[in-house]
Design a protein around this ligand. Sequence first.
Ligand code: NAD
Ligand code: 022
Ligand code: ZN
Length: 375
Amino acid sequence: MKTRAAVAFEKGKPLEIVDVDLEGPKDGEVLVEVKATGICHTDEFTLSGADPEGLFPAILGHEGAGVVVDVGPGVSSVAKGDHVIPLYTPECRSCPSCLSRKTNLCTSIRATQGQGLMPDGTSRFSIDGKPIHHYMGCSTFSNFTVLPEIAVAKVRKDAPFDKICYIGCGVTTGVGAVINTAKVEPGATAVVFGLGGIGLNVIQGLKLVGADMIIGVDLNNSKKAWGERFGMTHFVNPKEVGGDLVAHLVNMTKRGADQIGGADYTFDCTGNVEVMRTALECSHRGWGQSIIIGVAGAGQEIKTRPFQLVTGRVWKGTAFGGARGRTDVPRIVDWYMDGKIQIDPMITHTLPLADINKGFDLMHAGESIRSVVVF
Ligand code: NAD
Ligand code: 022
Ligand code: ZN
């Protein structure tokens, strides 16, 4: 069949909207009509050429929602007509990682996914017989895409595609980092660095679990109102802090008889390695946990003095909020439909596929929290 898609032919060039050939689903695969897709930083990172593992030509996009329109042989967990969210972190429930219960990083199709291919080692997309790479196993910048059955989460049918697509990355990453990775408890103190599409979801996750003090840190003062909307209790602009940012944050979080200070949990949502150090060091002596969510540029390194860890601080990282997609994503859709979490206000722009490059421009300019393409 043919599908309309935004193709990344070369690094650093705008996407081109063209008709692409798409082969039907093979064993264990499903054909999905993508109804909406968010535009996320990783798409831009890959398109720019900064991602050393980026492959071209490719159909980018990893934050989608749509409807199953066909299934290949052997597919049993979803059927035609089901509403699904593609998963860049699949959940096979049978690989050593899934069985370990210690990680969400399923390994069953990892190698081929990283090569931009389906699990059988081939691509379903082509133009004039030349293959086009898949991207993060999703390729949601296409009206139709093929996915492994283990890489879709079946969700309720009354949820709007143009909102729940954001659960395919940003919402689950932010809320999941709080619930699955940090396991924040009610009454906790937290600092969130970077109040973009991820940090705001960390904030609403913290509010959801009943954190007491939620400090947001951003260089951009316009983010104060954004943070407050989702539960932030205090805002800090590092440019307006005279002196040391760590000392300032530790001072703000002083509690109890010993007045030591430091947050129970801190989150990096910037991808900046200096910020990651600050985030670790402003967490509480003895038990503070700092969660790295931001993806740093290729070759970047983090550092701190070992004393920071010897005195009990913990550095952790998280991919897709530690979520097991097929199990956890449908629950997050329910939370949204039940009004427990917000999505609508974070979707600042909605565009047709033809304007997808404008969505990248808005992200560049810092004018959007999330842009969503509706097919
Ligand atoms: P964004 O650009 O919308 O937001 C980043 C925010 O950080 C902006 O508000 C910016 O003003 C602020 N900022 C930048 N430098 C800062 C500094 N030095 N101090 C304080 N604030 C600063 O980005 P986003 O969509 O929220 O994504 C954030 C990061 O999360 C990216 O690196 C992205 O790749 C990553 N991410 C990771 C995962 C995962 O699974 N680990 C998933 C999705 C996104
Ligand atoms: C999504 N991300 C950033 C913005 N939107 C993002 C990027 C990378 C990861 C997670 C989220 C990530 C963390 C750890 C890994 N990845 C490796 C997982 C593994 O090796 O099992 C990651 C993922 C997918 C791909 C590359 C890296 C890919 O499909 N190319 C989950
Ligand atoms: Zn993303």
